[in-house]
Ligand binder design. Structure first.
Ligand SMILES: [Zn+2]
Ligand SMILES: [Zn+2]
Length: 246
């Protein structure tokens, strides 16, 4: 993983990462392309395995292929995109073993994020968390298609608040991996990615000083998400896709 990850909090679509001081200033076209691709993946318009055509994107967005490649590179730093020999860039398809490992790691890391954030969060931090959950609720009630991005954003925000930038960066990457994993393995019957009321419960417990219960609630929440997946599901699709792509 690259140290210079300016892409923190991208899931909170459009909003610039908090406190991110860009050294050379963001390039508007690259930012737009980056945001559009990320959003398309988060909202499942671009599925894992989809190819990203460098030449076509360069023409469509009137930029050089080198700049398109720079955007791909940033997406690759999030493990969102991978480069395959002779196949160019494509949206990654995490295998079931990797998916399980991602969840196992999230359970560890997010327990720590909850523990440390609960120990240091100010009243303003809690106000921000509550406001965030309120937005999620609104998105849930209005069936806003931005809900998936918001729900991921909750976890990223907790990571950012815990005061450990290394943890925040790793968690950001893991949350993005989970977007791909959910896109691949989610059961049709189980479309709700993140149960908003569980986010609210985690914040309430933290604010009440019940760190242990908050950690347990987070663990439950992550288990709940993983249980909504069916790791056997994508194998079949894989085969058919493989047959038709050749
Ligand atoms: Zn969640
Ligand atoms: Zn639950």
């Amino acid at each position: 993983m690259k140290i210079a990850d300016k892409s923190r909090a991208v899931v909170r679509a459009g909003r610039p990462p908090e406190g991110a001081l860009s050294r050379r200033g963001p390039d508007p076209v690259e930012e737009e392309l980056y945001r559009l691709i990320t959003e398309a993946i988060v909202t499942k318009q671009l599925r894992p395995g989809s190819k990203l055509k460098e030449a076509t994107l360069a023409v469509q967005f009137s930029v050089s292929r080198a700049r398109v490649r720079r955007v791909f590179q940033r997406l690759a730093e999030l493990d969102f995109v991978e480069f395959r020999l002779n196949h160019g860039a494509q949206v990654r398809r995490p295998a079931p073993d990797e998916a399980r490992a991602v969840f196992a790691t999230r359970r560890l890391i997010e327990a720590e994020a909850v523990r440390t954030t609960a120990a240091r969060a100010s009243a303003a931090d809690y106000a921000r968390l509550r406001a965030f959950v309120k937005n999620e609720n609104r998105a849930f009630e209005t069936k806003d298609k931005g809900l998936a991005a918001l729900a991921s954003g909750f976890h990223i925000l907790l990571g950012e608040m815990c005061g450990n930038p290394v943890l925040a960066r790793i968690l950001n990457q893991l949350v993005h991996q989970c977007v791909l994993i959910q896109s691949l393995y989610e059961r049709d019957s189980q479309r709700t990615i993140c149960l908003v009321h569980e986010h609210a419960e985690i914040v309430e417990l933290m604010e009440a000083g019940k760190a242990k219960a908050a950690i347990a609630a987070m663990q439950h929440h992550l288990n709940h998400i993983e249980e909504s997946l069916d790791y056997g599901r994508a194998n079949q699709i894989d085969m058919r896709l493989a047959m038709s792509i050749g």
